[in-house]
Design a protein around this ligand. Structure first.
Ligand code: DHB
Length: 369
């Protein structure tokens, strides 16, 4: 055998198109891990092959097949949106290829193939703590407003379930199109319903336009509080949202401002390598996806074959820039802290400032079954 064999990791992401910020962040996070830990593990050299699917599911699946059949990729990773991850599940199953979801967040994705695992998280995970916080902090009536596809429907369902169980009332449920949304007519419906708060999920990258229209339509002036999953106040674009974002309450697994030595080192290295770009939660999904690959290969002594790799993934645990994480041996989903945060100005910059921690949450959707 060769003294050093290569394990190729095919990273498929939207590097162009409306969700290019996701591709930029996830790929930069994956590269940051290799820069920090080196490109060799268990005697194997790790080679990243980054491919752009432009956010189109047919492309994701075609690229996945090419990477496995033509390029000899042993691991597939990335997946910026739920439909892109779902399109690859049959490839993962048929070719027994370990497939690591670093970004997408619909709970059901890990059920689509036993070769899929995940280092992002699920919308039920992020939404339940926001429901708890709202019910315990004087909010009685809420309108939900979500993107009309997998993660939005999960967010709506789990926020609603938790908020109602704790005594809250949902006065209206609004769903907006994923592509090219104009929020104005939907925000008018929210305003007319006169809730105490609006709970929002939108995918990463879309929050700026929403925040602008939220302010322009006078919802804050009408006394309607904005609560959301952290996808809306994504650290990559938070500074550009300006003052209207201040006071927004969100739930998520990562904030650039997370206070730990691991995160301080991560943010410094990331900003230096990326011209000052702030790492957001997507980048940490990419970074931890590589951490998972390295830890699994160490456990298998370099064996990247599907059954051995996936067996090794189950029960792995490590300290991420986000805090302690582990892989649920039953579901292959990530168990992690979810933080409730408030957007505040810190040293002239807008940040998601964590103030409450829900520790070691499993995906609620699977815990229920
Ligand atoms: C998904 C996409 C996002 O950009 C995000 O922030 C959360 C979930 C998704 O499509 O699963």
């Amino acid at each position: 055998a060769a003294a050093q064999e290569v394990v190729k990791v095919g990273l498929i992401l939207p590097m162009t198109g409306p969700f290019a910020s996701t591709g930029r962040q996830v790929s930069a996070g994956a590269k940051a891990f290799i820069a920090a830990k080196g490109d060799t593990v268990a005697g194997k050299k790790i080679e990243l092959i980054i491919r752009d699917d432009a956010g189109v599911a047919d492309q994701t699946r075609r690229i996945a097949q090419e990477l496995v059949v033509n390029d000899g990729a042993k691991v597939l990773a990335g997946f910026g949106l739920t439909p892109l991850a779902m399109s690859v599940a049959p490839v993962a199953t048929q070719a027994k290829i370990p497939t690591i979801v670093m970004a997408a967040g619909t709970a059901s994705i890990t059920k689509a193939s036993e070769y899929i695992t995940r280092t992002s998280g699920t919308l039920p995970q992020y939404s339940v703590p926001v429901g708890t916080w709202a019910a315990e902090n004087g909010i009685k009536k809420v309108v939900t407003l979500v993107s009309d596809y997998g993660p939005g429907i999960d967010a709506e369902k789990w926020f609603t379930k938790e908020f109602k169980a704790k005594g809250g009332e949902i006065v209206e449920a609004v769903r907006v199109p994923l592509q090219n949304p104009d929020f104005a007519p939907f925000l008018q419906r929210v305003r007319d319903a006169k809730p105490d708060a609006v709970f929002v999920f939108l995918p990463s990258g879309v929050g700026s336009l929403f925040m602008k229209q939220f302010a322009d339509r006078g919802l804050a002036d009408a006394g309607i509080k904005l609560i959301a999953t952290g996808d809306v106040t994504d650290d990559d674009i938070l500074n550009s949202m300006g003052r209207p974002a201040i006071g927004t309450i969100t739930g998520h697994f990562y904030a650039t401002a997370h206070d730990s030595p691991e995160n301080k080192a991560y943010v410094e290295g990331f900003e230096k390598a990326n011209n000052g770009m702030r790492p957001n939660f997507m980048s940490v999904g990419g970074y931890d996806g590589m951490a998972l690959i390295y830890a699994a290969l160490e456990k298998t002594k370099g064996d990247a074959s599907g059954p051995a790799f996936i067996a090794a993934v189950k029960g792995l645990s490590w300290t991420s820039p986000r805090g302690p994480v582990s892989i649920d041996p039953e579901t292959r989903d990530i168990i992690q802290n979810i933080y409730v945060r408030e957007v505040k100005e810190v040293n002239g910059q807008l940040h998601n400032v964590e103030f409450k921690t829900f520790e070691a949450l499993k995906d609620p959707e699977k815990a229920e079954a």
